[in-house]
Design a protein around this ligand. Structure first.
Ligand code: GRF
Length: 198
């Protein structure tokens, strides 16, 4: 069977992208076809190139507030790569409904909270400030509503005494690296049953 082609969008170090790329081997039903960043300085680009994954950069800055114009360029390498699935992995631009609709049902994102709690930014600090005893990460289908969409997996992480946003983020990231590959493998096989970790 022809493997599904996966484009991964990043803005930074790309640690989630690396775990996704490294997971797509052997009998995995998908293969990476592109790593695309809005930041030319994204450290993940070199990591993708080192893994022989084609890369591209579409800088959002020249487009200013014209999101649609940026997205009209952003979509080009994704279409040229023939992507069947798009994975957002530390991609820090909000996408409009126009872009999202093009990939409805085949675009995933990982968010560092137990959605629907803590949509948006600074999730670890907010969980600590709320006195939560647990936190975690969620992989969900991307819809035009930010950090919403059907949940495809979650990993729960205990908050420990003395945790700071940094120590908590580091522990959640370990579970992001377990969750996202597990969800992608199941999703690429056409199975949308959620993955619950641990
Ligand atoms: C991670 O915390 C992820 O949850 C969020 O971006 C952060 C950095 O991810 N989406 P990565 O190391 O660039 O994959």
């Amino acid at each position: 069977m022809n493997p599904k082609r996966v484009a991964i969008l990043i803005s930074g170090g790309g640690s989630n992208m690396v775990t996704l790329v490294d997971s797509m081997t052997g009998d995995h039903p998908a293969r990476p076809c592109l790593v695309l960043s809005n930041e030319a300085s994204a450290g993940g680009l070199a990591k993708a190139a080192a893994r022989s994954v084609p890369t591209a950069v579409v800088d959002h800055r020249p487009f200013g507030k014209d999101r649609a114009a940026f997205e009209a360029e952003l979509i080009k390498p994704i279409l040229e790569a023939g992507a069947d699935i798009v994975c957002l992995a530390g991609f820090m631009r909000v996408l409009t409904a126009g872009f999202v609709d093009r990939f409805q049902g085949r675009m995933l994102n990982i968010h560092p909270s137990l959605l629907p709690k803590y949509k948006g930014l600074h999730t670890h600090a907010r969980a600590l400030a709320a006195g939560d005893t647990e936190h975690g990460c969620t992989v969900h289908e991307v819809t035009s509503e930010l950090d919403d969409g059907p949940i495809l997996g979650q990993a729960r992480v205990a908050i420990e005494p003395g945790d700071t946003p940094e120590t908590l983020a580091a522990r959640v990231l370990i579970w992001e690296h377990k969750l996202y590959p597990a969800v992608l493998r199941r999703f690429a096989a056409g199975d949308r049953r959620p993955v619950w970790l641990p």
